[in-house]
Design a protein around this ligand. Structure first.
Ligand code: F6P
Length: 320
């Protein structure tokens, strides 16, 4: 094997740069030429790429986002787009591809693999909805962003006896919301995986204020409802001022945590190693402290990673 390529695809996340850096440097250390594809699968179709050197990945480790840039590429869902992408890879003499991204990107990765280009996928998405890995790249940094925001909101909320409804990303997965609820000491966690009872929440909130609590934080996963709607429903019933914060893309950026930098380094190195061993058509993941590999066929047909029921239970118990 002489030449491999790497791309970042779908929603960016912190730690992607650390991972690309690891792919480039581990690849070069093994005597490979590494090509960086720009703007994800779109760049593969449009032939936007450059040969990476060690200098190309200097000073990127500490930056959030992805210096290779990313895109959500609709063409990759068509046979024509897939054929073009794999023909371009073969035309460039690329013998292995590393794809860093979320569930849609891993499906694209598997499709390319089936078109004859050996692929390794790396789970990168703040949502932590990808199965067969305890955690995806970017999750830890996003959680740190969220709890920093909630810490700040508590200061202002308690100065005014207010309730804040905080909307958190995660698509159809409530992982970020429930874990941030525990880590930031918020009161409620509304997630798509669990039913919730707004009447019950409102009567609890009233009781809390009667007991002299000065603030309440209600975390809502975007997949469980719109913060604005939920705030409108509760504000008349609890008799306290309510404010809404949609954290939005703020959650996705920022310098990656040590955890995400290390995860990126390990994932990137494992991807190169397995490409060279021809152990491909797989996604790398982490289980406990070990790097594991799972067939992309299995990962992409498994659906959303379930939430450990211990998290909602803990969030409930600690918020009394
Ligand atoms: O999948 C990552 C994610 O940030 C989701 O949490 C969110 O629903 C979506 O991407 C937002 O997508 P976009 O960046 O295209 O607005």
């Amino acid at each position: 094997m002489k030449r491999i390529a790497v791309l970042t695809s779908g929603g960016d996340c912190s730690g992607m740069n650390a991972t690309v850096r690891a792919v480039v440097r581990a690849g070069m250390a093994s005597g490979l030429e590494v090509i960086g594809i720009q703007k994800g699968f779109q760049g593969l179709i449009d032939r936007h790429y450059e040969t990476m050197s060690t200098r190309s990945v200097s000073n990127v480790l500490q930056r959030g986002g992805t210096f290779l840039q990313s895109a959500r590429c609709k063409e990759m869902r068509t046979n024509e787009g897939l054929r073009l992408a794999s023909d371009n890879l073969k035309g460039l003499g690329i013998e292995g591809l590393v794809v860093i991204g979320g569930d849609g990107s891993l499906k694209g990765a598997y499709a390319i693999h089936q078109h004859g280009v050996p692929v390794i996928g790396i789970p990168g998405s703040i949502d932590n909805d990808i199965p067969y890995t305890d955690v995806s790249l970017g999750v830890d940094t996003a959680l740190n962003n969220i709890i920093r925001a909630v810490d700040n909101l508590k200061d202002t909320a308690s100065s005014h006896d207010r309730a804040f409804v905080v909307e958190v990303m995660g698509r159809n997965c409530g992982y970020l919301t429930v874990v941030a609820t525990i880590a930031a000491g918020a009161e409620y966690s509304l997630i798509p995986e669990e039913p919730y009872d707004l009447d019950q929440i409102c009567s609890d909130l009233r009781r809390r204020y009667q007991e002299g609590r000065t603030n309440s934080i209600i975390m809502v996963a975007e997949g469980a409802g719109k913060a604005e709607n939920i705030a409108n429903q509760i504000k008349d019933r609890i008799g306290f001022e309510t404010r809404v914060i949609v954290l939005g893309h703020y959650q996705r950026g920022g310098s990656p945590t040590v955890f995400d930098r290390l995860l990126g380094a390990r994932f990137g190195q494992a991807a190169v190693e397995n490409l060279m061993l021809n152990n491909t058509g797989k996604m790398v993941g982490i289980q406990g402290s070990s790097i594991i590999l799972t067939d992309l066929a299995t990962v992409t047909s498994a659906g959303i990673r379930p939430i450990n029921p211990m998290f909602p239970r803990l969030a409930n118990q600690l918020s009394v």
